[in-house]
Design a protein around this ligand. Structure first.
Ligand SMILES: Cc1cc2nc3c(=O)[nH]c(=O)nc-3n(C[C@H](O)[C@H](O)[C@H](O)COP(=O)(O)OP(=O)(O)OC[C@H]3O[C@@H](n4cnc5c(N)ncnc54)[C@H](O)[C@@H]3O)c2cc1C
Length: 338
């Protein structure tokens, strides 16, 4: 059943994460009222933001000063690095302060234009709604990226993507291979070190910088974007090695219970955690929007906007301190539309 009050709003924001909230804040700044002029839907169960489904010991790379939405300061030391559950609580507070009441458990399935007019039809799991503006804020790091070889593995222990990893007891005792030497792989290796025998498989050696050096802005941020592969912040491979982690080359293939590494050695891990990254949740957008190079803030469908996914916007659009830059432009455009 379609929840009352979703249809015929001036805008529907799809996604109640930091990107959706940044757009909500910017629309309020343009004089639009939550629940009256715009509504927000989210596919997750009530209040389950993506941060609450990351591993429990996750520490943000950005410091508190650069993890806040404008006008919503994070209390305490601006140089501290919040845990995932703390940033989830912070976003709950922002939502309350804005007076936004997301409609949870409603997934957007597709969006299309009705005729030649300004009306868009958003199809959701609870029915179709009509509106003039739809903002896709469904996340740049949403769907696990799983390497093809992973399908061949049948391990005696567990196999999961970092998106499903929460805490060490999920992994049966014994040895575990973490695939991916980026910031997620390094943090998960540290998390499992006290309870498991950990191997970290890395494709290319990455430089290391202390967490305090995570570039917040300006030329340092631009430098980081150009660096391939991106350095790891926090523990270096060397430090992890000293703590007992075995660091190996990349996995190139797998066969039942063994994986083949780039140096042609084979190992037979009991469990595997794939820290191999994510794809954006833009699969519900129409093909022309996904395939036409974006001209931010517009997309190939007038009235459809995308916030928080760099492919449709600019580098950094998916970070806590940069998403509001795009949200402000999108809100202004929505306010100006008839
Ligand atoms: C491990 C990790 C660590 C990170 N660390 C940092 C950091 O330190 N600093 C930083 O600035 N950034 C960091 N980021 C990047 C970014 O800040 C986060 O990914 C952040 O959660 C993005 O917020 P978002 O609102 O764009 O997306 P999300 O938080 O993913 O929110 C999207 C919402 O959309 C909903 N949704 C998805 N599909 C649909 C649909 N079809 N219909 C309805 N709802 C839908 C989801 O349920 C979700 O609630 C990190 C990312 C990851 C993965």
């Amino acid at each position: 059943m379609m929840p009352a009050g979703l249809s015929h709003r001036r805008a529907i924001i799809v996604g109640a994460g930091q990107s959706g909230l940044a757009v909500a804040a910017a629309l309020i700044g343009q004089g639009l009222r939550p629940q009256q002029d715009f509504v927000m839907i989210d596919a997750a169960p009530a209040g389950q933001r993506s941060w609450s489904s990351r591993w429990h010991s996750l520490t943000l790379l950005s410091d508190a000063a650069h993890s806040a939405l404008p006008h919503h300061r994070i209390p305490g030391d601006p140089a501290r690095h919040l845990r995932g559950d703390e940033i989830a609580d912070y976003l709950d507070d922002v939502q309350r302060q804005l007076g936004v009441k997301p409609v949870w458990d409603v997934r957007a399935i597709s969006v299309e234009r009705r005729g030649t007019g300004p009306t868009l039809q958003l199809s959701t799991t609870v029915g179709d709604v009509q509106t003039r503006n739809v903002v896709c804020a469904t996340g740049a790091a949403a769907h696990p990226r799983v390497p093809a070889w992973a399908a061949s593995l049948q391990l005696p222990g567990a196999m999961m993507h970092s998106g499903d990893y929460r805490y060490p007891r999920q992994i049966p005792p014994g040895d575990v291979l973490i695939v991916g030497g980026g910031n997620s792989g390094v943090q998960i290796a540290r998390d499992l070190l006290g309870s498991h025998t950990v191997t970290l498989s890395v494709r290319a050696h990455r430089g290391q910088l202390p967490l305090t050096a995570f570039p917040a802005e300006g030329s340092a941020r631009a430098w980081l974007r150009r660096r391939r592969p991106e350095p790891v912040f926090g523990d270096s491979y060397q430090k992890l090695r000293r703590a007992g982690v075995r660091v190996t080359p990349a996995v190139t293939a797998a066969d039942s219970v063994t994986v083949m590494l780039a140096d042609s050695t084979r190992i037979a891990p009991r469990s595997v955690v794939l820290a191999t990254g994510f794809e954006p949740a833009d699969d519900w957008l129409p093909d022309p929007v996904r395939t036409t190079p974006a001209r931010f803030p517009s997309t190939a469908m007038p009235g459809l906007f995308v916030a928080g996914i760099p492919r449709y916007s600019r580098p950094g659009a998916d970070t806590l301190d940069k998403v509001s830059r795009d949200a402000t432009i999108i809100a202004r455009r929505i306010a100006d539309r008839p």
